[in-house]
Design a protein around this ligand. Structure first.
Ligand SMILES: Cc1cc2nc3c(=O)[nH]c(=O)nc-3n(C[C@H](O)[C@H](O)[C@H](O)COP(=O)(O)OP(=O)(O)OC[C@H]3O[C@@H](n4cnc5c(N)ncnc54)[C@H](O)[C@@H]3O)c2cc1C
Length: 409
């Protein structure tokens, strides 16, 4: 008889692997599938906000990542023309705090997370298995998926619960009909690593009129550059990608100086569109997690945190559903509510920032204000670094503590 797994997870990025580890620890029999073979690169800024650290510790991968050269990132430089403001990750209240984020290549991060999941005997790893279509039972509930392996053969993998963790262009979300593109934010990303740039312990964002660069030094000392640009601007370009990016670097003088001796290592990688939302994150027989639930744009560098947080929250809901079947529906609703509480306000803030950065005058005015009031800049990077939640800003107690916290140095 065909085996029926407790859970089938489609996609082995941070969301899928973290979920597999959490579920395996709770005794679930898990099948984890990805269309790629690992290690695999993934276009990403490769910056992990400070709030990822407790999740990495819980998953048992933080030490392995540090041993592989993960860099500590202590804050952010925000730049436009010759305007610059610097914000540090630091305690702004009395809450427990992580004073640094991390920078590490995705092939290392994702491989470590996968290694931790695969170390569990409860996890069956299906490498180079591409998800094709959802299977449904007689009541219409999802009951597994058809996967295609590297030989081209297709097979049905059955499961009590099926999870779409297949990233921003989630085929699972599309087949469920719950994915919507956010059209006003039609950006593409180009990413590449460079040698010959002096390493920095801060991430940097350089704003241009129709685009921005996000960059950081990663574990191997290379400088990882991301250009986020409106799709039309890229489509209308003359000439090759290097010339196109170089033209934009020249418009960001501080970045141009940093990269004056830079030499690209490897190919440019592109991805887009990036901005989607979903109308529902759970369905009969399963759920979505990570970018499959929706994503905005990497400006705030929070996607990995959202994935790790979502994976833990979903694992908790599935554990309740298994042990107390009469509470299963409430547990899954609770997963959606937790996402609305923790992640949705952060996505709204990211969308607001996205609207703001389209106005160069506004950006420069804000940067000069942030440079004049470094504590305000610290607050901004701690908001986007996930230590402060947008709803904290509505609490008078937060502002009292913020006033009393040590001044910025
Ligand atoms: C340019 C860019 C820069 C970014 N910078 C940052 C940053 O600095 N910090 C940050 O925190 N976040 C950043 N993000 C966001 C971050 O990359 C994502 O939020 C994060 O990777 C989401 O994890 P995930 O597991 O949901 O999806 P992914 O990491 O995308 O993993 C999805 C997995 O599903 C697999 N898959 C897809 N389709 C199928 C299929 N049909 N069958 C089987 N497997 C499939 C893929 O191979 C992949 O392994 C950035 C994103 C972009 C695009």
């Amino acid at each position: 008889m065909t085996k029926i797994h407790d859970v089938l997870i489609l996609g082995a990025g941070p969301a899928g692997t973290a979920l597999a580890s959490h579920l395996a620890r709770s005794g679930f029999d898990v099948a984890l599938a990805d269309k790629k073979s690992f290690p695999r690169a993934k276009p990403c800024g490769e910056f992990l906000s400070p709030e990822c650290r407790p999740y990495l510790q819980e998953l048992g991968v933080e030490n392995a990542l540090l041993q592989q050269g993960t860099r500590r990132i202590h804050g952010m430089h925000l730049c436009s023309g010759e305007w610059r403001a610097r914000g540090r990750f630091r305690s702004l209240t009395s809450a427990p705090y992580n004073d640094a984020g991390y920078a590490i290549r995705r092939e290392i991060l994702d491989t470590e997370l996968l290694r931790a999941a695969r170390a569990r005997p409860e996890v069956t790893w299906l490498e180079r298995h591409e998800f094709r279509t959802l299977l449904r039972d007689a009541n219409g509930a999802v009951s597994g998926a058809v996967l295609r392996d590297q030989t081209g053969a297709e097979r049905a993998v059955r499961a009590q619960t099926t999870i779409g963790a297949d990233g921003v262009h989630s085929r699972v979300a599309r087949q469920l009909g719950v994915q919507r593109q956010i059209r006003w934010l039609d950006r593409l990303a180009l990413v590449a690593h460079f040698d010959g740039v002096v390493p920095a312990a801060e991430a940097e964002v350089h704003f241009l009129d129709n685009a921005y660069f996000a960059a950081t030094t990663v574990d191997d000392g290379s400088f990882h550059l991301n250009l986020l640009i409106d799709r039309n601007a890229l489509a209308d370009r003359d000439g090759d990608l290097d010339a196109f990016v170089q033209e934009h670097i020249a418009a960001a003088p501080m970045l141009a100086r940093r990269m004056s001796n830079a030499k690209r290592r490897g190919q440019w990688k592109g991805i887009g569109p990036l901005a989607f939302r979903t109308t529902k994150q759970t369905f009969a027989g399963g759920a979505l997690v990570g970018d499959a639930c929706g994503y905005i744009d990497p400006l705030t560098g929070e996607g990995i945190y959202f994935s790790l947080h979502g994976a833990r929250s979903l694992a908790n809901a599935l554990a309740v559903a298994r042990h107390e079947p009469h509470r299963a529906a409430a547990a899954m609703r609770g997963y959606e509510q937790e996402r609305r509480r923790e992640i949705a306000p952060r996505l709204r803030l990211a969308a607001l920032l996205q609207r703001g950065i389209r106005h160069p005058f506004l950006v420069r005015s804000c940067l000069s204000a942030l440079a004049a009031w470094p504590r305000l800049c610290d607050l901004l990077v701690n908001l986007t670094g996930d230590a402060v939640h947008p709803r904290d800003l509505l609490q008078p107690a937060f502002w009292r503590q913020w006033r009393e916290a040590a001044p910025s140095s």
